[in-house]
Ligand binder design. Structure first.
Ligand SMILES: [Zn+2]
Length: 472
């Protein structure tokens, strides 16, 4: 079946534009620029989709593509290509990303004291994290620009994803990771996909600084979350979610907050869907950070009353030593904070923090729903539980939490939790240790290799009560 492709004049008019209202400088679509040359701020892709399409024709076009066998239509990102700044004949680099499930999570709902809760599992992407949805567009742009070497700094998931997409495109790839701070699974992925791995002495923010110094080099292309083409791919998850909900938005959309590219992308995606008339209201975006790595939450606490100001003059205060076991969000200097703040403004959103204990227990409950995720993703369920307890979210409201990474991304954390060995230490003057209790731990039992001994355990299992999901 061939679906007729609508013409895309909006692409030829697309621009990269500085997000600072008082600057507003614009750059060509294929100009290699990472931040605004006149003010140093972040760039956005500007695409005038609304002139070309109406909501109903877009909905049916996207629905029709679900039946298609064409690779572009099979991708959960490129299926929504009318929202993307690429021509119809762009040389796309895809691994069938997107198309992630939206799960009903009854045990998590009980745990949070909600009537129901939906989990959008972005960890079900090809390399196990939401990063793939942005990498497909960024590496496609690299191919359009004709570059050979791609570079990123990462807490692990971005590097695994870039390594995979660079390999798929036949391009060279180097990744910078903080030495000794990246999970084995993520490192294993990057090595297997053939990336050159540079272990940098220092934390993620040090990697990021080192990388930004490379921006002047014309022979390489930087693929960090400041790269606006990544946000473009990532924003399509808003369209996929809306479609899965039959275009009825929930009351609340809850996302983990680290480098804030994900919340920025959701904000842009939802804003565009709203402008196109595809959705008739915006869900309230809640960003949840780990308490030891929460610069945006601190900013929100101080400036919540200024949320609706279009052109805020305040700046985020970065942390030198962020600490959390949720390594994917262990970030003290989130580069995308202004775009995330804009997402909060557009959706009357909020930011909160959760403790290491709250993250660990929420993660175990997500596992009990047969879903599972990496620790950062569990900040969402932990945050929802707090907001329901505080009366901010009502028990009958519709809530969607976004899980960003797969359970198998960090198995050390899981094993340590279930064997009561999970703890965090960090430097703060005399040093601190935070011991985490596995309230829902599930430890292996050693059994003699005899039928009698095994039967005893199995009989005992059948007499046990359903595990309680609310810790005393
Ligand atoms: Zn500017």
């Amino acid at each position: 079946m061939t679906i007729s492709e609508p013409s895309r004049e909006s692409v030829s008019q697309a621009k990269q534009r500085c997000i600072e209202p008082k600057c507003g400088a614009s750059y060509g679509l294929n100009e290699r620029v990472y931040v605004c040359k006149s003010c140093g701020s972040l760039l956005d892709l500007e695409l005038n989709v609304e002139q070309a399409f109406d909501a109903n024709s877009l909905r049916s076009l996207w629905r029709e593509r679900l039946q298609s066998l064409e690779p572009r239509d099979r991708s959960g990102v490129w299926r929504y290509r009318e929202l993307l700044p690429f021509a119809n004949d762009a040389p796309i680099v895809s691994l069938n990303e997107g198309n992630t499930p939206l799960y009903d999570a009854p045990r998590c709902a009980d745990y949070c004291a909600l009537d129901s809760l939906l989990l959008k599992h972005q960890g079900c992407n090809p390399t196990g994290s939401f990063k793939d949805t942005g990498m497909t567009t960024a590496v496609t742009q690299a191919r359009i620009l004709g570059v050979r070497l791609l570079v990123c700094a990462s807490t692990g998931n971005t590097s695994a994803s870039l390594a995979a997409y660079a390999a798929r495109a036949g391009l060279l790839c180097a990744i910078m990771v903080p030495e000794g701070q990246v999970s084995h699974a993520k490192l294993a992925q990057s090595l297997d996909y053939g990336a050159k791995v540079l272990e940098i002495e220092g934390n993620f923010d040090a990697c990021m600084r080192a990388m930004r110094e490379l921006a002047e080099d014309e022979s390489i292309y930087l693929v960090n979350s400041i790269n606006p083409f990544r946000i473009e791919g990532q924003k399509t998850v808003a369209a996929e979610l809306a479609e899965q909900l039959n275009w009825q938005m929930p009351d609340h959309l809850v996302v983990p907050g680290g480098n804030l590219g994900n919340s920025s992308a959701f904000g842009k995606g939802l804003h565009e869907l709203y402008q196109l008339g595809l959705i008739d209201r915006m869900p309230c975006i809640t960003i949840v950070q780990a308490v030891g790595a929460a610069p945006l939450a601190s900013l929100f606490l101080q400036h919540e009353q200024d949320l609706m100001v279009e052109d805020p003059t305040f700046d985020i205060v970065n942390l030198d030593q962020p600490h959390t076991l949720a390594s994917a969000i262990k970030i003290g200097a989130p580069v995308s904070w202004k775009k995330a703040w804009r997402a909060l403004r557009w959706t009357s959103g909020r930011v909160l923090t959760v403790s290491e204990q709250e993250i660990a227990d929420a993660k175990a409950i997500i596992g009990r729903d047969a879903i599972g995720c990496e620790p950062d993703s569990a900040t969402t369920v932990a945050g929802i539980k707090k907001l329901v307890a505080a009366g901010t979210i009502k028990d009958d409201e519709k809530v969607v939490a976004v899980l960003t990474g797969h359970l198998l991304k960090d198995t050390d954390y899981v094993i340590n939790y279930h064997s009561q060995k999970l703890s965090m230490s960090w430097e703060s003057g005399a040093g601190n240790v935070n011991q985490i209790v596995g309230h829902f731990s599930n430890q292996p039992v050693r059994v003699e290799a005899s039928q009698k001994a095994i039967r005893q355990v199995l009989e005992h299992m059948q007499n046990e009560q359903e595990p309680h999901i609310n810790p005393a």
